[in-house]
Design a protein around this ligand. Structure first.
Ligand SMILES: Nc1ncnc2c1ncn2[C@@H]1O[C@H](COP(=O)(O)OP(=O)(O)OP(=O)(O)O)[C@@H](O)[C@H]1O
Length: 663
């Protein structure tokens, strides 16, 4: 009994050997479905029914905002279908009476049938027209709701502070909420179906009560086991999905790795392909065993539900037989009742399934709503004062910045000045805080202590979109947009319309002329390997396009701007690197400051001022000559790199390991 009526238990996940070998145990993604685990496992028929009105209201509100006329049409047509179903039953009743309860000869009886039959046929035509109307209007509503929800999601994701994007909890919410829009779309369909189910159930129940009051409880008795069966099967499926979601993800991860372009080299040369494929098969086999178990369990539950429903049906027919033989019910009413009971139990079964689906989808829609709320809390504030004009310098004073999940600050009491027209270099070992400093300078992060001022204005009080408009960024991992070469450059300032000819000066400045000349369609060539006919550039060629984009942004910026370049030459050959540093230096102008971050010491020696960071603190600063004379950290770094190019007197060879011959 407990097998069928007890609480559905979460099965202990069975980890395949392949998973243990690869991941050290089950992969546990802390996102998506697992967040719904408890909400979903709580799903009982009562809790699902209790939450029904709220869910329907949420969906209807969304649909109302999307297109109120389409929504009204759907509701009207669904109510119309319910009324048509009731009218059809009454027409059937009239036919039954004419057939079984009428008087006269056969011809007269057949004539008496005609009005009922004609009415039933007319109602069927109206009903199908209403169903078609509902389908067409719901077909408009569904994509509309999905589009609105997707736009809300994307707009919210792009409007938050960078700090939120770096926050793992927020990222998780971003991941989960992506399923919301599709669920909102499916909820419309489920809602319409549920509405249809409720209306036809009410009308059928009304007709049955008119026919005989005893028939309504009997209808419930027939439908209840099927409803229970549907709910039980759904619960078992949820629990299985919960238990197996991590394993499904693990095998999907392997599948992706096998086909990913970035892994293609090692998959082939290191023989990783065959190895991972065999693990994939073993993991898939254990998932198939679970599917088989689930199918058997479903078959058994449905059989029990069917048997109970059959017993209830027998009891119903028995009662009807008793009512007829004792003269409490006419044969005609009994005939109509049989049809009404059948259609009523089908409606109830479908309703249970739809409520079930509504509940499942609503979990994702709720996540979507939660994400929108959290994103609004963490959005970059709008408004603020304009950036002063002119700005003579940007000044950091005793700035401290600590990442949310870190104890030690990434930047600790850092002070520096960027005068317009100057080139400032920032150097330091890995993890010393250079990139964090660049994020602060570009307005992506705000100081937690100390001040950052554009002219006399504190950055926190400025209109951030104006600050961004004064910044040009070129980082090592700059975006390689899958669009044409021209658009790749123009996206440095997308709001500024430009023809490929307008971009030529930027191409020339970046030394990207030969790169563009090689492209089949010049600047109009598509740069994206995933599309047919597109071209893939090498890392160094991409960096030249990136530099052209930076030039385009700088050349279209207003007075008082800053150009931030972070490791811009890592993929360039030595000659191109020297040229690139020269071009970047030339971008400094009377109203533009350039900040350069690099590990290439040769690139910074011509900077006006060099700042050396060490473990988030400013270790020293000065010109190249001053810092070399000081013989501190900078001089040590510079000398270490220079030594690699010094003439080699004698290359010491490492001692060969002694190999003993076992023979
Ligand atoms: N998003 C982040 N969340 C948490 N900690 C971070 C984040 N980004 C950087 N850090 C930490 O802050 C410190 C400074 O990192 P940063 O990237 O600024 O150094 P860097 O000098 O640019 O290093 P590299 O030369 O390797 O690029 C490091 O300890 C790093 O682990």
């Amino acid at each position: 009994m407990k097998r069928f009526f007890g609480r559905v238990q979460m099965a202990e996940p069975r980890v395949s050997d392949a998973e243990r070998e690869l991941f050290g145990g089950p992969l546990r993604y802390d996102m998506g479905w697992s967040q719904h685990e408890h909400a979903t496992l709580d799903l009982t028929m009562m809790s699902a029914l209790r939450s029904m009105p709220k869910l329907v209201a949420t969906t209807l509100r969304m649909a109302w905002h999307a297109d109120r006329r389409a929504l009204t049409a759907v509701v009207v047509s669904e109510i119309g279908q319910g009324i048509a179903a009731a009218a059809a039953l009454l027409a059937v009743n009239a036919v039954m009476h004419a057939l079984l309860g009428g008087s006269g000869n056969a011809t007269q009886r057949l004539h008496a049938l005609l009005p009922g039959l004609l009415a039933a046929a007319g109602i069927a035509v109206v009903n199908s027209a209403l169903a078609g109307w509902s389908t067409a209007r719901a077909g408009r509503l569904e994509p509309l709701v999905e589009r609105i929800a997707t736009t809300q999601y994307l707009a919210a994701a792009t409007s938050v502070e960078l700090e939120a994007i770096d926050d793992p909890d927020f990222r998780r919410l971003v991941d989960i909420a992506q399923y919301g829009p599709a669920s909102a779309r499916r909820m419309i369909g489920a809602c319409v179906a549920a509405l249809n189910g409720v209306i036809s159930l009410i009308t059928t129940a009304g007709v049955l009560t008119i026919l005989h009051p005893a028939l309504l409880p009997l209808l419930i008795l027939i439908a209840a086991p099927r409803g229970w069966g549907a709910m039980r099967v759904a619960q078992e499926r949820y629990v299985s999905v919960m238990s197996w979601i991590e394993h499904v993800r693990a095998s999907r991860l392997i599948g992706n790795l096998l086909t990913e372009r970035t892994a293609a080299h090692e998959v082939r040369v290191h023989g990783v392909g065959d190895f991972l494929l065999s693990r994939y098969e073993r993991m898939a086999e254990s998932a198939e065993t679970e599917q088989e178990r689930l199918a058997s369990s479903k078959a058994l539950t449905e059989w029990v539900a069917g048997a109970l429903s059959g017993l209830a049906m027998a009891a119903t027919y028995g009662t009807m037989f008793w009512l007829i033989t004792n003269g409490h019910m006419s044969l005609a009413v009994a005939g109509t009742a049989v049809i009404a009971v059948r259609s009523g139990s089908a409606s109830l079964g479908a309703l249970v399934m739809n409520v079930n689906q509504l509940h499942e989808e609503s979990l994702y829609v709720r996540d979507h709503g939660r994400f929108l709320e959290r994103a609004a809390e963490r959005a970059i504030p709008g408004g603020g004062s304009p950036v002063p004009d002119p700005v003579e310098r940007i000044v950091l004073d005793q700035v401290v910045y600590r990442y949310p999940d870190r104890e030690t600050p990434a930047l600790d009491q850092v002070s520096l000045t960027l005068p317009m027209g100057s080139v400032t270099a920032v150097v330091g070992e890995n993890g010393s805080g250079k990139s964090t400093l660049m994020k602060l300078l570009s307005g992506l992060l705000l100081p937690q202590e100390g001040t950052l001022r554009w002219g006399d204005a504190e950055v926190g009080g400025l209109d951030r979109s104006e600050v961004f408009s004064r910044v040009a960024l070129l980082t090592q991992d700059f975006q390689r947009w899958p669009v044409t070469a021209a658009m790749n450059i123009r996206l440095g300032r997308p709001a500024h319309a430009a023809s490929p000819e307008d971009l030529q000066a930027s191409v020339d400045h970046a030394g990207a002329g030969p790169v563009v000349a090689k492209l089949p369609d010049g600047l109009r060539s598509l740069l994206a390997r995933m599309f047919r006919g597109a071209i893939e550039l090498s890392g160094g060629e991409w960096q030249k396009i990136g530099l052209a984009r930076t030039h385009w942004r700088s050349s279209t910026s207003q007075a008082g701007s800053v150009l931030i370049v972070d490791e811009p030459t890592s993929a360039l050959d030595p000659e191109a690197e020297i040229e690139a540093f020269d071009r970047i230096r030339r971008l400094a102008g009377p109203h533009r400051a350039v900040v350069l971050v690099t590990h290439r010491m040769s690139g910074v020696r011509h900077a006006d001022r060099i700042y050396v960071l060490h473990r988030g603190r400013l270790a020293e600063h000065g010109s190249h000559d001053e810092l070399m004379a000081a013989q501190g950290r900078y001089a040590a770094m510079f000398d270490a790199q220079a030594a690699q190019y010094a003439p080699i007197a004698r290359i010491p060879r490492p001692a060969s390991p002694t190999v003993t011959d076992p023979a």
